[in-house]
Design a binder for this molecule. Structure first.
Ligand code: AKB
Length: 323
């Protein structure tokens, strides 16, 4: 029997691209996109879409029962930078939504759950380079705390109640289709937009701030791969370290300059610098590579080429449509 999938938070940066990929893999009729509002019309108009409030158990359950869902991807979250502005909102959304989905799985309404964690689970006392899977974790942001606590609950629900929950610690994700919102790594997407539209970017992180990053196609592949892996190959039920590349704002600016020689960058670090300073510079993801054969594909040069190409087309098409 075909799997019936619900994506919660389908209008967001990762949720939207995951929805398109899952529709391609499982068929439009088997993938239900949902979000709290109609904020991404590409998603709303391109397949089955439901309004679901991730903080309301009944709202999630009604949708699960209506569509006979067996697998949920819970992509709704408040990220690191917004979380620092609205700590209680971040705590409430990130934790309540996770409990609702885990409890639906515990009560056997659904069989399988994907829940994203993040490099934000690490903190200033974590080794910064090639950060291991098992290490000191003292996150300093509310977002990081919700992800660390969430990991513990995922593992608990798996061990105590047999819930098949799988998770990845995403690095910063770079994509051109949907903008990220409220993250510390968002600069690495904004910089490409500004390179195309303005030829100059004012970075909110300092030039030498190195962070783990990944192209969206790799992030989607990792998500699909971990979910289709055989149950007994998933040995870590908290969340897997996941890595591709690491770079600084200066390095990404240099790679843009190779294609757009007039591009300029300035640096004006703000409150997000402190968040970035608390995170690892690179990640050791050997468990993911070993257990379910994770392998990334895109390096910085590939990403820059694809981002500039696709964004150039996108802005030109928007301009033509407005004429
Ligand atoms: C953020 O910057 O908050 C996110 C993340 C690394 O989880 N992109």
């Amino acid at each position: 029997m075909k799997s019936k999938i619900l994506i919660i938070g389908a209008c967001g940066q990762i949720g939207s691209e995951l929805t398109f990929k899952l529709r391609e893999l499982h068929g439009d009729e088997n993938v239900i996109a949902s979000d709290i509002s109609y904020s991404n019309l590409d998603i709303v108009n391109s397949g089955i879409f439901e309004i679901v409030d991730a903080q309301n158990y009944a709202s999630v359950k009604v949708c699960v029962e209506k569509h006979k869902i067996d697998t949920v991807y819970l992509m709704a979250a408040i990220l690191s930078a917004t979380g620092e502005k609205y700590p209680m909102k971040a705590w409430d959304l990130n934790m309540e939504s996770l409990f609702h989905v885990l409890n639906l799985a515990r009560a056997k309404f659904i069989k399988k759950v994907f829940w994203p964690s993040s490099i934000a689970v690490f903190g200033t006392t974590t080794p910064k380079e090639y950060t291991p899977q098992y290490t000191t974790m003292e996150p300093t942001t509310v977002y990081g705390i919700t992800k660390q606590v969430g990991e513990r609950w995922c593992e608990y629900y798996h061990n105590k109640y047999g819930v098949d929950v799988r998770s990845l610690r995403y690095p910063g994700i770079i994509s051109w289709k949907t903008l990220p919102g409220g993250g510390t790594t968002d600069y690495a997407v904004e910089i490409y937009h500004k390179a195309i539209t303005d030829g100059i970017y004012d970075s909110f992180l300092a030039e030498d701030t190195e962070l783990p990053m990944m192209f969206m196609d790799d992030a989607i592949k990792a998500t699909v791969d971990i979910m289709k892996a055989k149950k007994d190959t998933i040995k870590i039920r908290s969340s897997y370290n996941l890595a591709a590349i690491s770079f600084t704002p200066k390095e990404v600016a240099e790679s843009i300059k190779k294609q757009l020689p007039d591009f300029k960058i300035t640096y004006n670090p703000d409150y997000r610098q402190e968040i970035a300073n608390s995170w690892p510079q690179s990640i050791n993801d050997s468990y993911a590579r070993q257990d379910w054969k994770w392998k990334h594909q895109f390096n910085l040069e590939d990403i820059t080429k694809e981002m500039l190409l696709q964004l150039d087309k996108k802005y030109k098409a928007a301009l033509n449509n407005s004429k």
